[in-house]
Design a protein around this ligand. Structure first.
Ligand SMILES: [Zn+2]
Length: 82
């Protein structure tokens, strides 16, 4: 019954080439640009960079899409397609 724990572990772990193993990582804000943000993932053991993530403005809008602000269906009925 420890499946949820396992998922949490994998979600915050990345493979580190120096440690030769998947290690917990720390997310660090690397750069803020007008249209995107760059995050750096550092191995919590040796501190080397094991990955980077780019969050674009589009991703942020996707996150906000959960809010019922602009109701818009992603799957339109075939009859309504132009
Ligand atoms: Zn490491």
């Amino acid at each position: 019954m420890s499946q949820q724990q396992f998922e949490n572990f994998t979600a915050s772990s990345l493979y580190c080439e120096k440690c030769k193993a998947a290690k917990p990582v720390r997310e660090r804000l690397l750069l803020i640009l007008p249209d995107r943000e760059l995050y750096d993932y550092l191995c919590s053991d040796c501190g080397s960079s094991v990955g980077q993530r780019e969050v674009t403005a589009g991703d942020k809008m996707m996150a906000r899409a959960a809010a019922p602000r602009r109701p818009r269906r992603t799957l339109a009925p075939p009859g309504l397609m132009p």
